[in-house]
Design a protein around this ligand. Structure first.
Ligand SMILES: NC(=O)c1ccc[n+]([C@@H]2O[C@H](COP(=O)([O-])OP(=O)(O)OC[C@H]3O[C@@H](n4cnc5c(N)ncnc54)[C@H](O)[C@@H]3O)[C@@H](O)[C@H]2O)c1
Length: 270
């Protein structure tokens, strides 16, 4: 995958999938700009420079449209026009039953996980369309399909991101811009590896490949979608979960089967 001569902009790039993606895109030849609220994003920029590519970093809160506009203008002054946008910044503010979720946590997740990507797309899309080439990859989640127990805000925003992805694909495909979403399952980022061992082991036990994914594996998929050879892939969402979704379906079907055969509530027919 050759990304030479392209400028990529990645949000949430201080660690995890964002940092790994920055390094993979740089290995493929892209210059890389990095936004994050955490100052550690500077270290990702240094690592990109260490690979011989140009880099730029800035502390930008993606939920703030003014910061995003100013940040993108600064990237364009420093590195040139943005060819590739990876909307990766995301957070979980609430793990609790829906009834107990505060309006503040809901707004926070909505702001970062959904309004953030919207702000970013708005700041770069006109330029991409005028130049007739662009790649946008939105990092959603496997939670966009089927929800996530006690994480209604996160799951809703990640499902909403699929709507944004599809609309960008519809509106800008004719201008040489593709927009796709990636749905990671359990990926071994710092956050995930810090989970209590029994919860992590339980998650891994449902993954057919028997392990968590590596952040770089998500980065390689992103690099492919951002390359010239992927120009006909537009408006889709791609799972990268080691096959975990297969087990969710099996578990779901087993539960449904149990209920049907036991005559539990929800049974249909006579
Ligand atoms: N790790 C997984 O298993 C997994 C699974 C599914 C989806 N995802 C998604 O992948 C993306 C990256 O996940 P990760 O595990 O690397 O997360 P992470 O928490 O390690 O990294 C997210 C980054 O986003 C930054 N960020 C948070 N709020 C921001 C804001 N308002 N503006 C700019 N930057 C902000 C954080 O500082 C952090 O550097 C997220 O969107 C996440 O929802 C991750």
């Amino acid at each position: 995958m050759r990304l030479n001569g392209k400028t990529a902009l990645i949000t949430g790039a201080s660690r995890g999938i964002g940092r790994a993606t920055a390094l993979v895109l740089a290995e493929h030849g892209a210059d890389v700009a990095l936004f994050d609220v955490r100052p550690e994003v500077e270290q990702t920029a240094q690592a990109v420079s260490g690979l011989g590519r140009r880099s730029y970093w800035q502390r930008v809160d993606v939920a703030d449209a003014d910061q995003v506009r100013a940040g993108v203008a600064a990237v364009e002054r420093d590195l040139g026009a943005v060819d590739i946008l990876v909307n990766n910044a995301g957070l979980v503010k609430n793990i609790a039953p829906l009834a107990d979720m505060s309006a503040e946590a809901w707004q926070n997740e909505l702001g970062v996980n959904l309004t953030g990507p919207f702000n970013m797309v708005q700041a770069v899309i006109k330029g991409m369309a005028e130049r007739g080439w662009g790649r946008i990859v939105n990092i959603s989640s496997a939670a966009a399909r089927g929800g996530l127990y006690k994480q209604v805000g996160y799951a809703s925003t990640k499902a909403g991101l699929l709507g944004l992805t599809q609309n960008v694909a519809l509106e800008y495909g004719a201008h040489g811009v593709t927009c796709n979403a990636i749905l990671p399952g359990l990926i071994g980022t710092e956050n995930v590896r810090a989970m209590p061992k029994e919860i992590l082991d339980q998650g891994v036990s449902l993954i057919p490949t028997g392990r968590v994914g590596e952040p770089e594996e998500v980065g390689h998929l992103i690099a492919f979608l951002c390359s010239d050879v992927a120009g006909y892939i537009n408006g889709v969402d791609i799972l990268i979960d080691g096959g975990a979704a297969l087990n969710s379906v099996v578990l779901g079907s087993r539960r449904a089967l149990r209920e049907r055969t036991s005559g539990a509530p929800g049974r249909r027919g006579g």
